[in-house]
Structures are given as structure tokens and as C-alpha cells.
Design a protein. Structure first.
Length: 250
């Protein structure tokens, strides 16, 4: 009897050990499957995000049309756009939904026709090699002027331009004040600051400064930006541009 009891106990213990080993193996299998699924989900999400980013960056809406992604996820896209007409952005809305199966949130900043050359320049520069600088504007400053900062331009030169609603281009780079890792600016009231009218602020980073930005008198956007683009191409430089749309309070 004692031997039989010992044998049963031994068999039960062996069965418990085998069950524990089997359970551990099953947990490990499930963990591997979960990890593979997470990797697959991550890969799919990354591919989806890349497809959406590529669609936005390559999208051609015609003249005076610029769009840039501000937030992109698997089924979410926020797009910032500059243009003089609503119609191309309605077409973009349709094309995007047809291509990706959901609606993007498209924020249109409507510019004046004389500002269109600056918008075209932005579109031409959006796929340039190099890192785009960061341009921030303090929204609370828009009653009496404009305050903000330019950062993330590394050791490159940076220019700050204002394009008024009549297309006049003003280089306000002398207002930039160096900081630890950024350059701040404050633009007080100017004759071209017309309440309720759009202004474009452009921060442009380049390896070497361009003469095109330093005309002694303000030029028109339709002249300044093509001249700057030609100079950049002639000197073999990439231009990385960030832009903000501003309307001063009435």
C-alpha cells in the first residue's frame, strides 16, 4: 500500500510538473504571438503613416497651393494649407478620402493673390533635403505686433521674412535675438501690419546667406522668391522653410 501511494504521489507530481512545463510553453507561445502581432501592427501603422505623408507631400493642387502635414497617424491626418482659393482644397478633401478611406482635417489659410508667389515658393521647397526650422508665433502678441522664435536650424544661417497682403517682402532678420538654442523676435506695429489682413512669416535656413533676401528696398513676392530660388540653385544650396499665417487683431 505504501509503495502504491508513493507511486501515485510520484505520478501526480510528475503530471503537475509536466502541466507546469506545458503551461509555461503555452504562455511563451502566446507571448511570442503577441509580440509578432505588435510588430505587425507597428509595421502596418508605420507603412500607413508613410503612405499618408507621401500623399500629402507629393500632392499637387495647382498654382498658389501649399499643404503640409501637422499630425499623421494610421487613421488620422491634420493638414495645414495656404492658398488663394477654396476649390483646390475641396478637391484635396475628396482625393484624400478616396485614397485613404477617411477624412483629413484640413485647415486652409487663405492668402491674397499678391502673396501667391510666396505660397508657390513654399510648395517648391517642401521636399528639399535637410531639416525644416521651427517657427513659433505667440498668439497673445497679435494685438499690437508679432512675437515668436525660430529654432531647430542648427549651425545654418536663418532669415526671417514677412510677406504683406500686397505682396511686399520685408526682411526682418535684424530683429532676431540669439538665445541658447533659438532666436526670438518681436515685431512692433508696422505700416504693412493691416488689422484683419493676412501676413505670411517665413523662416528660411541655408548653409550660406542669399543676396536675394537683402535688397535695400522691399521687393514684391513675384520677384523676390524666384530670384532667391535661382540663386540657391546656382550656388547648390538647399533651402529649408517654415511658415506661419498671421492676422493681427482688428
Amino acid at each position: 500500500m505504501a509503495r502504491e501511494a508513493a507511486a501515485r504521489a510520484e505520478a501526480e507530481e510528475r503530471a503537475r510538473q509536466e502541466a507546469a512545463v506545458a503551461a509555461a510553453a503555452e504562455r511563451e507561445r502566446l507571448q511570442r504571438l503577441a509580440a509578432l502581432q505588435r510588430d505587425e501592427d507597428t509595421r502596418r501603422q508605420a507603412e500607413r503613416r508613410t503612405q499618408i505623408m507621401s500623399f500629402i507631400k507629393q500632392y499637387d493642387g495647382g498654382d498658389c497651393f501649399y499643404v503640409a502635414p501637422t499630425l499623421v497617424a494610421e487613421n488620422t491626418a491634420n493638414i495645414e494649407g495656404f492658398g488663394s482659393s477654396v476649390a483646390p482644397f475641396e478637391v484635396l478633401d475628396f482625393d484624400f478620402k478616396r485614397a485613404h478611406g477617411f477624412e483629413a482635417s484640413i485647415g486652409l489659410h487663405q492668402v491674397t493673390p499678391p502673396q501667391c508667389a510666396a505660397v508657390t515658393f513654399l510648395a517648391q521647397m517642401r521636399n528639399e533635403p535637410g531639416r525644416q526650422p521651427r517657427l513659433d508665433v505667440n498668439a497673445s502678441s497679435l494685438q499690437n505686433g508679432i512675437a515668436g522664435a525660430v529654432s531647430e536650424f542648427g549651425d545654418r544661417y536663418v532669415e526671417l521674412l514677412v510677406v504683406a497682403d500686397d505682396g511686399a517682402v520685408f526682411n526682418v532678420s535684424p530683429r532676431l535675438r540669439p538665445g541658447a538654442d533659438s532666436q526670438s523676435f518681436v515685431l512692433g506695429p508696422q505700416s504693412y501690419f493691416r488689422p484683419g489682413r493676412p501676413l505670411l512669416l517665413l523662416a528660411i535656413a541655408s548653409v550660406n546667406p542669399l543676396e536675394a533676401w537683402h535688397s535695400p528696398t522691399p521687393g514684391k513676392a513675384e520677384e523676390v522668391f524666384p530670384r532667391a530660388l535661382k540663386e540657391a540653385r546656382d550656388t547648390g544650396q538647399a533651402l529649408n522653410v517654415a511658415a506661419k499665417y498671421v492676422k493681427l487683431d482688428k
